[in-house]
Design a protein around this ligand. Structure first.
Ligand SMILES: NC(=O)c1ccc[n+]([C@@H]2O[C@H](COP(=O)([O-])OP(=O)(O)OC[C@H]3O[C@@H](n4cnc5c(N)ncnc54)[C@H](O)[C@@H]3O)[C@@H](O)[C@H]2O)c1
Length: 254
């Protein structure tokens, strides 16, 4: 079954990791996918993967924290494919710091994760309103809820997204637009691989250590996050809005 046939979906940060897996899955389900990223090589690679599978995708080089870029993502989606039905706000800046953070780093983190998400949502939903509705998914994290050492900058932005999900769901409900949040646990992606290198662990050591914090006793791959995102943007979740879905192998339950 093609669950996103004739739908147009924007996925930010789709040049890597969870965003890439989501873009690829959406295309398999029949969506025309707009891959937005600041990384041109990564974004074009995702488009090439989708086209190789017989799908349709467009790359937009954009920094979501810039107003003009955020607007251009939505405009290019609508100009190319005629509409916008789905938005996945997956792109994020990883400022993994505590009190050692500089003002510039904190502003960068807020600028991408909180303000950038807001900008893309504003412009994309303007098009959704014109065609009768749509669905938005923000990317939270276990970090939205739990404390990790020297992590509060990233966590603050991810906690903000959970509350913004509630507010935006209320503001956009009159336009038949649902807004939800996905909160992954430890997923092996290029960003987590960079983190693993930084803390001096091997992938095997890190996977064992983080896996042990979950009921399922393992870490996950990006495709295991892409499927729950897919659920939240199809009619199968028509009565779900303003909430979050943990995809953490039971991390926050034990
Ligand atoms: N990997 C995990 O364990 C994990 C856990 C919880 C939540 N998340 C969240 O999932 C999302 C994806 O994470 P990932 O691990 O796949 O990361 P990733 O680094 O593999 O991919 C992120 C992509 O976002 C792009 N990006 C960054 N800043 C951008 C900007 N300003 N404008 C446009 N694109 C930008 C990057 O170029 C990159 O391609 C993030 O929101 C992250 O916070 C990840």
């Amino acid at each position: 079954m093609m669950r996103l046939k004739d739908r147009v979906a924007i996925v930010t940060g789709a040049g890597s990791g969870i965003g890439e897996a989501t873009a690829v899955l959406f295309a398999e389900e029949g969506a025309k996918v707009v891959v937005a990223d600041i990384d041109e090589a990564g974004g074009k690679n995702t488009v090439a993967m989708i086209e190789k599978n017989g799908g349709e995708a467009l790359f937009v080089l954009a920094d979501i924290s810039k107003d003009a870029d955020a607007r251009r993502i939505a405009d290019e989606a609508a100009n190319t494919y005629g509409r916008v039905d789905v938005l996945v706000n997956n792109a994020a800046a990883f400022v993994l710091k505590g009190f050692s953070v500089t003002v510039e780093e904190f502003q960068h983190s807020l600028g991408v994760n909180v303000i950038g998400t807001t900008l893309v949502t504003r412009y994309a939903t303007e098009y959704m309103k014109k065609t009768g509705g749509g669905a938005v998914v923000h990317m939270g994290s276990i970090a939205s809820f739990i404390a990790q050492p020297d992590f509060f900058v990233y966590s603050a932005t991810k906690a903000a997204l959970v509350q913004m999900t509630r507010n935006m769901a209320l503001d956009l409900a009159p336009f038949n637009i649902r807004v939800n949040c996905i909160c992954p646990g430890t997923i092996i992606t290029p960003s987590s691989l960079r983190h693993i290198t930084k803390v001096g662990l091997t992938l095997e050591q890190f996977s064992k250590q983080e896996g042990a914090k979950c009921i399922l006793n393992r870490v996950a791959n990006p495709r295991e996050v892409a499927y729950p995102i897919l659920f939240l943007v199809t009619e199968e979740s028509s009565y779900i809005t303003g909430t979050y879905l943990m995809v953490d192998g039971g991390f926050t339950s034990m």
